[in-house]
Design a protein around this ligand. Structure first.
Ligand SMILES: [Zn+2]
Length: 335
């Protein structure tokens, strides 16, 4: 593995390579971007490039020397990865990091602390980390990895170099899947690359996730029976059951959003190019004829809000019922 094997993050990697080349490595970074787009692997490659014994002219680590091999196996004493324990990074973990940081690197030029899911740090942990970020020893590099910047303290953000990681195009994901997986059919690679919505990590987990595809099939079958103006309590009960009984609510809502977004795309743009549910094209085209644009926009607006509502412990039944009313356009008709 090396920088050149990381797909779709050319801009981020260019910045990091340049800092290695010019020997101007910052002491703290924030790698921000969606799940599964290559933030952690880039952090490890970056660390290899800082310390590799045979770095090439292109600022890529050799992947063979003693240092690279140890980092690849993640058994390098100067590489520390801090992760949430039960969804939180607590002050004790950051206190330990602060103690650890006092000790110079054992083997390498630099020592690195990768704080994975840094947006899960408690306020106390964040304040404790801030002290280190303000005055880090020159041999230390801290990389905070997160999905969004908002949950981080402004005082932390302002002291770090921010590296943005973008979503990967479905075409790039498809190519990668076809390259890496033997006997993968092109249609399947196409569908998975679109369902992954920019995340390579998700595309690989979907490859073997039969349960996801079973649930998706059932859910789309239900959704295909919904039409504007046709309220059917049985359909609502089925959908509610599906969404609340499985422990993958977030993914289920994502499927619903992708379904209505596809219908909207076909309705509005008449193009099949960016359709996510590429295996359901016929049904989606058919349904798009029956849905007024306004109702589709309404459904999508509300579905995107729902994820936030559900985190706040609101009454699921009410939220889902309202979503269903939007799907059949009742709310729109009553406005
Ligand atoms: Zn090397």
């Amino acid at each position: 593995m090396s920088f050149k094997d990381i797909v779709g993050q050319e801009k981020a990697i260019k910045i990091l390579k340049k800092s290695v080349q010019e020997n101007r490595i910052s002491s703290s970074y924030i790698f921000v971007g969606n799940k599964g787009v290559g933030k952690k692997i880039t952090a490890l490659e970056f660390y290899k490039a800082m310390n590799c014994l045979n770095i090439n002219k292109n600022n890529e680590a050799c992947d063979n020397c003693e240092v690279c091999s140890k980092i690849n196996r993640q058994c390098c004493p100067d590489l520390k990865i801090i992760k949430p324990i039960k969804d939180l990074i607590k002050i004790e973990q950051i206190r330990e990091l602060r103690k650890d940081i006092e000790i110079k690197p054992f083997e390498n030029k630099k020592e690195i602390y990768i704080i994975d899911q840094a947006d899960q740090m408690t306020l106390e942990a964040s304040n404790c980390l801030l002290k280190t970020i303000e005055e880090p020893p020159d041999y230390v590099v801290i990389i905070l990895i997160c999905l969004k910047l908002d949950p981080l303290l402004l005082t932390i953000i302002s002291r770090c170099q921010i590296i943005n990681f973008r979503l990967i195009s479905s075409l790039q994901i498809k190519k990668l899947l076809l390259n890496k997986i033997n006997n993968l059919k092109e249609e399947r690679a196409e569908l998975i690359s679109k369902l992954a919505q920019g995340s390579i990590g998700k595309s690989f987990s979907l490859l073997s996730d039969k349960e996801y595809f079973n649930q998706r099939e059932k859910l789309l079958e239900h959704l295909a029976t919904i039409f504007p103006g046709k309220y059917d309590p049985h359909i609502f009960i089925n959908i509610e059951k599906m969404i609340t009984e499985i422990d993958r609510m977030e993914e289920t809502l994502e499927i619903i959003i992708s379904w209505y977004r596809d219908i909207l795309m076909i309705k509005k743009l008449g193009t099949q190019k960016n359709i996510i549910n590429s295996d359901k094209l016929e049904v989606i085209s058919e349904i798009s004829r029956n849905y007024p644009l306004k109702i589709l926009m309404d459904i999508l607006d509300y579905s995107e809000q729902i994820q936030e509502y559900l985190k706040k412990n609101v009454n699921k039944h009410l939220v889902l019922e309202r979503l269903y009313l939007k799907m059949v356009g009742l709310e729109y008709c009553l406005k």
